[in-house]
Design a protein around this ligand. Structure first.
Ligand code: BMA
Length: 356
């Protein structure tokens, strides 16, 4: 048996396949089979609208804006690795990587799911992820590029962190929102081939060279986009396990909240239907990897906008972005005392929405 397993694992590595399906976090597989959707929140245990963990080593990390409001934890917690590439001790939003590790393990221990995005610095200019002043950055870190060696070290540091999670099943979602041009790996900043090479190189390094097999790889361009656009930079089915998309609601010029909500819900429904067809073709899970309406100005957003947009869609999870503790209007989930909390609870109590 052990020999058979060793042969299978070797075959997997040699064939370039990513993690086998058994590695899908239990909760996600269960959600999909029952037609349910896990609710997720970015940075949930690290800070909230008006609080921030200060001493993560002694703090039990049991506070959560979502739990303060609903009595339950989000089923999915998202974290961002931006800064790990420079060996910083905290990420770009001030979250210590030690806290992230401890909170991620606690989330998995309670049966939940963790997902990691990555907003790395710009390796060519020294700027941040949003520095789009050069369209040579991706080319510069690919094999033969002048920043190849430096980027290899960046990936090594990502690998060191992910490896320190003791084999816990996790989702990694690098190089996201790549069909916009606001990150240095965006559409106008690199060719489709260079983008795919970057995604594949990242995956090959972590799964094959480092042997990290507990990662579900999520590809998550910004949406809505056509199936053709979505696939134009798709790295390939051997490199991706979950098809994602990031779509936010923004109030349009002269639009009422109801109109903006309807437009956004329509975009989400349309994009998720597109993903459902692609996911069926590629035999993948799919999700709404990031969403939200900054500051939640719509009092009925959860039940009248988000829920009708995702109900019955087939996604395994939906994740709303962070509740910044240091930027008062920058929040995407309710917090204790916020008027929209009641509506969030109505959403959280739906039969097909999972919290923990
Ligand atoms: C953005 C904002 C920024 C943050 C970045 C990475 O959407 O929330 O404030 O630095 O995500 O988390």
């Amino acid at each position: 048996m052990r020999i058979l397993m060793a042969i299978c694992c070797t075959a997997l590595v040699l064939s370039g396949c990513t993690a086998p399906k058994e590695r899908v976090p239990d909760l996600l597989s269960r959600a999909v089979s029952e037609g349910k959707i896990c609710y997720g929140h970015q940075d949930d245990p690290a800070y909230g609208h008006a609080w921030c963990v200060t001493d993560w080593e002694t703090d039990p990390l049991d506070r959560s804006d979502v739990k303060d409001v609903s009595g339950r934890y989000p089923a999915v917690v998202g974290f961002d690795l931006g800064g790990i590439e420079l060996a910083d001790s905290c990420n770009l939003d001030g979250v210590p990587f030690g806290l992230m590790r401890k909170a991620a393990l606690a989330q998995v221990a309670r049966g939940g799911v963790v997902t990691f995005s990555w907003h790395p610095r710009n390796p060519l200019t020294g700027g941040d992820a949003w520095d789009v002043s050069s369209d040579r950055v991706v080319a510069s870190i690919l094999p033969g590029g002048e920043k190849e060696t430096e980027f290899a070290l960046w990936l090594q540091r990502v690998g060191d962190f992910l490896e320190s999670l003791d084999g816990a099943p996790l989702i990694f979602r690098p190089w996201h929102e790549n069909l916009g041009s606001w990150f240095w790996w965006g559409e106008k900043l690199c060719t489709p081939e260079d983008y795919k090479d970057l995604y594949r190189l990242t995956n090959d390094y972590l799964t094959q060279e480092r042997g990290i097999q507990n990662i579900q790889w999520c590809y998550s361009p910004n949406g809505p986009v056509s199936a053709e656009d979505y696939e134009s930079r798709y790295p390939g089915s051997d490199y991706v396990d979950i098809l994602g998309t990031d779509i936010y609601e923004y109030p349009g010029e002269g639009e009422t909240l109801a109109e903006a909500g309807e437009r956004f819900a329509g975009q989400v429904r349309w994009m998720l239907a597109t993903l459902q067809a692609l996911a069926a073709d590629h035999d993948k899970l799919f999700c709404l990897s990031e969403t939200g309406f900054e500051g939640l100005p719509d009092p009925l957003w959860w039940t009248d906008v988000l829920y009708p947009a995702i109900h019955g869609s087939g996604i395994c999870y939906v994740l709303t972005w962070r509740n910044a503790h240091d930027k008062p209007g920058h929040f995407y989930a309710p917090w204790e005392g916020f008027e929209n909390a009641f509506n969030f609870n109505q959403f959280a109590e739906k039969e097909d929405i999972i919290l923990l």
